[in-house]
Design a protein around this ligand. Structure first.
Ligand code: ADP
Ligand code: MG
Length: 581
């Protein structure tokens, strides 16, 4: 926790030092009247007290009190200033960080979880930090100053009072340990709630159409219940420990009293000193009691802060140089990659994808075909080896350059809640109307758009929910056509389509791949027979490569897969013969 706190405090050093300085001055002012109290007591017990002297002390104490008010206000302002500076800085850093993270990071994380970090965790941190850090610093300093006073006055009694501290510290550690464990469950339960909620809301249509309302809702309800239980447990943990710590403090105080009376009877302690200890002992313990409560809050804050820092420290994609390839062949040199460190999906894979040719990736489901296309588009960075486009490593290019070189058509199409026209336009924001209409025509979008009331300017609905899968697919092809990038990635674009749509889409794709470097992944091996090169993947390795004819002659995995599909008549009937090649 200390490490995390130091990290954020270091973000804004000037404000932090200022706040700490004011808290220190504040603590001194809080403790100073007690020094006068000691002097007054000592004077009162003199055989002949000087009233004038006493009144001077009282006057000075009143003066200090007024000054103390001023200092208190300044220290609150300073610590608010620090909180504001630090949390603003954190938010700006998070914003910058989000822009620089690889797409993979976003794909990998639960969107509900990411939103929770950005919204709830930062707010959580801000709230608790602002409330507690000032308090705790002030408490620490005033304890320090006060124990200094006590030590000078009578070190024996001071030691007895201070002996409570290590014990209380031990209990705080124990409570903190339990609280961190429970707090993690609490945060996890909270995030599960937001994720279930997002899922419930975004899937409402599917949920309704399949009549799953009750079932889906019950998973949201369960998440909410878990969250409630976790919240109650989190609240309950510190209670007993705070109580126990208070008992320890009381016991030490009584011990000090007992010893004080004992020393007095021995004649080694004066009455005013004993009275001073009785008055100040309680003052010494006050900040500890505040800290006990705040410390629990701080631990909780630390969990949120940890998650914020984790996101901030996720490696960014390098900025890259301003390199622009002049040709567009793609080359994998000993590329290894895994989504998780324990499991490699690709293991030292090398291959060449020639320019202006079609290369097909085939292989069983899970063999890493989609992964290869994601790596080319730099959604993820490779673990080992390098990927080059036109002889330049993609890590050396700006991520935006890489994106500009590639058009993608995936089975799952993402459309913005906008018109067909604007959805196509996203492919090339500066395109003219004529260019957009031409792209719509070539991708067979006009064939269905002209039947709609608004034509190309009809709205597609949220994520295209007013259109069929095939229609959405054609819009995404039009978008890619308009972008006219030199490299085209097609991932299972024609899977699960009706025969009519499939014809249209085949036609649109023929338009799209003209003169391009094309990488295609297809369910039906018959559709990629014409590819110039086939790469056969199995368990993260390229096991066969060559043209359809060569691979059939080889009689290996490709031939087996092809024969199975032929026998099942899969490609003739337009059905999937394999679970998911
Ligand atoms: P294919 O496209 O050939 O079916 P993929 O490239 O999608 O195969 O997946 C290869 C392996 O990587 C599979 O074992 C899959 O479970 C795993 N995988 C794919 N995407 C992710 C991801 N985002 N996170 C973790 N593992 C993944
Ligand atoms: Mg795939």
């Amino acid at each position: 926790m200390i490490k995390n706190l130091l990290y954020v405090l270091n973000l804004k050093r000037k404000e932090t030092y200022k706040a700490i300085l004011w808290e220190l001055v504040h603590a001194i002012f809080l403790a100073a009247p007690i020094g006068f109290l000691l002097l007054i007591l000592q004077d009162l017990f003199l055989p002949a007290p000087h009233p004038a002297k006493l009144w001077t002390y009282v006057g000075l104490m009143i003066g200090l009190l007024v000054l103390q008010l001023f200092v208190a206000v300044r220290s609150v302002i300073a610590s608010n200033g620090m909180t504001y500076a630090v949390s603003t800085d954190l938010r700006i850093r998070l914003g910058n960080q989000l822009q620089r993270l690889s797409m993979g990071t976003f794909k990998q994380r639960d969107p509900g979880d990411l939103a929770a970090v950005l919204l709830q965790d930062v707010a959580n941190f801000e709230l608790i930090f602002g409330h507690t850090v000032g308090n705790i610093t002030a408490a620490l300093f005033s304890m320090l100053v006060l124990s200094g006073f006590l030590f000078i006055t009578d070190w024996r009694l001071a030691i007895v009072l201070l002996a409570a501290l290590p014990l209380v510290w031990l209990m705080v550690r124990l409570a903190a340990h339990l609280l961190t464990k429970q707090g993690k469950k609490h945060v996890a339960a909270r995030n599960a709630t937001s994720a279930r909620f997002l899922e419930y809301v975004s899937g409402i249509r599917t949920i309704k159409s399949f009549g799953m309302t009750g079932k889906r809702f019950s998973s949201l309800e369960k998440a909410l219940n878990d969250f409630r239980r976790a919240s109650i447990r989190t609240e309950a943990i510190p209670g007993p420990f705070v109580l126990l710590a208070t008992v320890v403090l009381e016991v030490c105080f009584l011990l000090m009293l007992w010893l004080g009376i004992h020393f007095f009877a021995q004649g080694t302690l004066a009455i005013p000193v004993l009275i001073a200890f009785l008055l100040m002992g309680y003052r010494l313990y006050d900040p500890i009691k505040i800290m006990l409560v705040d410390f629990a809050l701080l631990r909780y804050m630390n969990i949120s802060l940890g998650r914020v820092l984790e996101l901030l420290q996720t490696p960014r994609q390098g900025a890259g140089k301003n390199l622009q390839p002049s040709h567009y062949d793609i080359c994998f040199h000993d590329v290894s990659f895994g989504y998780h460190p324990e499991r490699k999906v690709l293991d030292k894979v090398s291959f060449q994808i020639p320019e202006h040719r079609m290369t097909a990736l085939v292989g069983p489901s899970g063999s890493g075909k989609t992964t290869i296309t994601s790596l080319i588009a730099r959604f993820w960075d490779v673990d080992e080896g390098r990927i080059e486009i036109g002889g330049i490593a993609i890590q050396d290019m700006k991520p935006t350059t890489v994106y500009s070189l590639i058009s993608e058509v995936f089975q799952e199409v993402y459309l913005f809640d906008d018109t067909i026209y604007n959805n196509i336009k996203y492919g090339k924001p500066e395109a003219t109307e004529a260019e957009i209409i031409a792209a719509a025509e070539r991708a067979c979008v006009l064939d269905f758009a002209w039947e709609m009331p608004g034509g190309l300017h009809s709205a597609v609905g949220e994520n295209g929910n007013k259109l069929s899968g095939g229609q959405k697919q054609r819009i995404s092809i039009a978008r890619a056509l308009l972008k006219d990038a030199p490299i085209v990635l097609l991932d299972e674009a024609t899977a699960s389509l009706d025969p009519e749509n499939e014809i249209y889409i085949q036609q649109a794709i023929q338009e799209l791949v003209k003169d391009k470097t094309v990488i295609v992944i297809a369910h039906k091996l018959a559709t990629v027979r014409k590819a110039d090169q086939l790469l056969v993947l199995q368990e993260g390795q390229i096991v066969e490569r060559g043209s359809h004819g060569e691979l059939m002659a080889l009689g290996g995995l490709y031939r087996r897969l092809y024969d199975i599909q032929q026998q099942a008549g899969g490609w003739k009937l337009g059905k999937k013969a394999l679970p998911e090649p």
